[in-house]
Design a protein. Sequence first.
Length: 225
Amino acid sequence: LILDERRGPLSGKRVVITAGPTREPLDPVRYISNHSSGKMGYALAGAARAAGATVTLVSGPVTLAPPLGVDVRPVMTAQDMLTESMAAVDEGCDVFIATAAVADYRPETCAGDKIKKSTEAMSLALVRNPDTLATVAGRADAPFTVGFAAETTDVARYATDKMARKKLDMIVANDVSAPGLGFNSDNNAVTVFWPGGQEQIGPDSKQTIATRLVALIGEHLEATS
Ligand code: CTP
Ligand code: CA
């Protein structure tokens, strides 16, 4: 089988995807982070590439091999993720997909030397991180924006609220309380919402879900352009 990239659902489109966790340093040896294998984002990058897109993957630290033919931009912190994503969008972007598990807060300060233990209890001052997806969706030249929402309760309500609040074109919700799916797993089950509709995908492999998501994005992109 020869894949003809000129005929794929995202043929000629430029796609920027965020993936993986971010790490927010506390001192030279410690950080705050989120669970995230990066598998869903990397699968989407591969599927978008196979669908004919030019793909940039802004990736936090993961242990996955970069998909063939994808431009990977490694980042560490949420602030790095915003900077690299905005730069990638500046280069031209039709579709922006945020799969990254971004740390919502970072330590207010990062100690220059390793923090030594002393008291029985300690507390940590945290400050809010910038929201990459909301910032990209708020641009005057915003691309078609797709968010992910990992929730443990009220999945549909929280996801559709996020879509409205961040002004997204589509949101992919997954219930991370479901056993054997989501975090670190090769499988997932998601519900995709857009203004006026929804579609259930899976349970299936992240690869199969990525391929269907890319096709769905392609359909909606055609309808809005
Ligand atoms: N996101 C982002 N930058 C952030 C936080 C989130 O780009 N600083 C993106 C995620 O990649 C995801 C979407 O926003 O695509 C939703 O992330 P989520 O953590 O579910 O939403 P929050 O707005 O952070 O809300 P909360 O964590 O309070 O549920
Ligand atoms: Ca969050």
